[in-house]
Design a protein around this ligand. Structure first.
Ligand SMILES: [Zn+2]
Length: 285
């Protein structure tokens, strides 16, 4: 992997993307390939990739504050997660080539009966900027997460994750005779981490036109076959397991979770009927 934390551990430099971008832009200009480059910012390039507007934040100057500002979080999602700690995890533990190409990260918690559009979805609609992308109101419904490619946005569906994890936690608690709260906390941690790893893996392939060594000979950090959904799924699960085993990454992960409020959620749920899908039924982009 290529996260800040691992690069620091290996005493390696953060990849310097600006020179790569400069030479690519020169090539595009020479070939007449690029229709629009807004290239005036120090920390990023904004450009038209032929299909969508893209932003690439240079990994060498990207900051945790920028990630924090990119996060949109529904108030109900904060029953489970702490958005600032999520920014710290994403900034330190996720591949810099993925993080640098994502503009927004939305933690959505939809109403059970769809009676109201969530504030995070309203904000997503606003950030889309052109006042016409109503997909913001439904992207990621019935999924654990999705990479909204057109908008360089990662959606984490916290309600779906919580309900799927509650179902799993109840089964496990029955089998092992353990407390539901403990099972739920474990399931939620695993599912949130692997969904983040999964979606950010899509981001490298779908959003970053400058990720090195994509494609050729199926080698390098981003082999062509790695783009396929089944491979992304396996990668996300494996990476999450690796991160949870590592002492420092695991501290970042644990800080994302709002354990007290999670416990309260479990108590409330204990008295209510089953909802949500099984984890295994879920699919993602
Ligand atoms: Zn996927």
């Amino acid at each position: 992997m290529n996260s800040r934390y691992e690069l620091r551990n290996a005493m390696k430099e953060i990849p310097k993307m600006k020179p790569v971008v400069d030479s690519a832009v020169k090539r595009w200009e020479n070939d007449g390939d690029i229709e629009y480059i807004d290239y005036c910012e120090k920390d990023r390039i904004e450009y038209w990739d032929g299909e969508f507007m893209r932003t690439l934040y240079y990994p060498e100057t990207d900051t945790q504050d920028r990630i924090k500002d990119s996060i949109i979080c529904d108030p109900e999602a904060e029953q489970f997660i702490n958005p600032e700690a999520c920014a710290a995890f994403i900034y330190n533990c996720i591949d810099v080539n993925a993080v640098s190409s994502v503009k927004n990260i939305a933690f959505i918690y939809d109403d059970a009966d769809d009676s109201r559009i969530s504030p995070a979805r309203e904000e997503l609609y606003e950030r889309a900027g052109d006042g016409c992308d109503e997909y913001a109101y439904e992207v990621g419904l019935d999924m654990l997460g999705i990479t909204w490619v057109e908008r360089s946005t990662i959606i984490i569906n916290v309600r779906e994750i919580a309900e799927a994890c509650m179902k799993e936690a109840r089964l496990n608690a029955d089998v092992y005779g353990s407390p539901v709260e403990a099972e739920f906390a474990h399931e939620f941690k695993t599912c949130l981490t692997s969904t983040l790893c999964h979606e950010f893996r899509h981001a490298v392939y779908e959003l970053n036109d400058f990720a090195p060594a994509t494609g050729l000979n199926n080698e390098g950090p981003y082999p062509a076959s790695g783009r396929e959904e089944a491979v992304v799924e396996e990668y996300g699960g494996q990476q999450a397991a690796d991160l949870m085993r590592d002492a420092e990454s695991s501290r970042y992960i644990n800080k994302m979770l709002n354990r007290d409020r999670m416990r309260a959620y479990c108590e409330r749920k204990a008295a209510s009927p089953e909802t949500g899908h099984d984890i295994d039924e879920e699919y993602e982009l």
